[in-house]
Design a protein around this ligand. Structure first.
Ligand SMILES: O=P(O)(O)OC[C@@H](O)[C@@H](O)c1c[nH]c2ccccc12
Length: 268
């Protein structure tokens, strides 16, 4: 079997989502809801979409992602220090940050989210597989300003429920799509940001061209985010010319010895 066929057979997304559906039940059973609500109301959301929109007026708005590992790439950055990274990426000109909080597949944590929040003033995206409204409360309680909704992972009722919950908690939504049908399903949700993932989460195949094609059909009034596989200034410039205002960049920053310098080079 070819490597691509091997990966395709594994179908990571359904496996990851199934894990989170179970895990969230366990966490809910153990949760102190009063304490979470208190922590959530103590966090004043920093305005994720607003920061992206502002930055996109004058140049590429980068969502710099703090990510230690991934199912497709394995370990990306050993000894990942969310505090140092948040400081460095803020100084280098990131518009906002994305922090992986999935533990088993991306080696992230809610602790990393809290550390990033304490270390910088940038708005933060909780990057995880949201399947239950409980995770929205958890997101705000741990300092997130936005959540990710992956259209491929959820049915329309779940999407609507999670979107409403985000609104209730004052969090913005980055809605992730990767084909025309998903764009249509996303339209009804009226999210602040729509991200086209150039990486198909079922096969891990990356295609910037396909994302560029899809950018034409995105709703006009949203912040258009190009996600994944962006490695250089040329990629950013090409995607920007195609109508993307914001860029979600993880691996190419996390592999750099000095992620701040790598970000500055991307923005130069
Ligand atoms: O590391 P990259 O190729 O620059 O990609 C970042 C981001 O787009 C990617 O991590 C991502 C996009 N959608 C996701 C959903 C879940 C977890 C991770 C992701």
């Amino acid at each position: 079997m070819t490597e691509a066929a091997e990966i395709e057979k594994k179908m990571y997304l359904p496996e990851i989502v199934a894990f989170h559906r179970q895990d969230v039940e366990r966490r809910k059973a153990e949760a102190d809801f009063a304490a979470l609500e208190l922590a959530a109301s103590a966090h004043e959301p920093r305005g994720f979409a607003r920061a992206l929109r502002e930055k996109a007026k004058t140049g590429p708005a980068v969502i710099a992602e703090i990510k230690k590992a991934s199912p497709s790439k394995g370990l990306i950055r050993e000894n990942l220090d969310p505090t140092a990274l948040a400081i460095e990426l803020e100084a280098a000109g990131a518009a906002v940050l994305s922090v992986l909080t999935d533990e088993p597949y991306f080696q992230g944590s809610l602790g990393n989210l809290r550390a990033a929040r304490a270390a910088c003033k940038l708005p933060l995206l909780r990057k995880d597989f949201m399947v239950d409204p409980f995770q929205v409360l958890e997101a705000r309680a741990n300092g997130a300003d936005a959540i990710l909704l992956i259209v491929a992972a959820l049915n329309d009722i779940e999407l609507r429920t999670l979107r409403e919950e985000a609104r209730r908690y004052g969090l913005d939504v980055l809605c992730e799509v990767h084909d025309a049908e998903e764009v249509e399903r996303a339209r009804a949700l009226d999210c602040e940001c729509v991200g086209v993932n150039t990486r198909d989460l079922k096969t891990f195949h990356v295609s910037l061209d396909r994302a560029i094609e899809l950018s034409q059909s995105l709703p006009a009034d949203v912040i258009r985010v190009a996600e994944s596989g962006i490695t250089g200034r040329e990629d950013v410039q090409r995607m920007r010319a195609a109508g993307f205002g914001a860029f979600l960049i993880g691996e190419s920053l996390m592999r750099a010895e000095r992620p701040g310098e790598a970000l500055k080079a991307l923005l130069s």
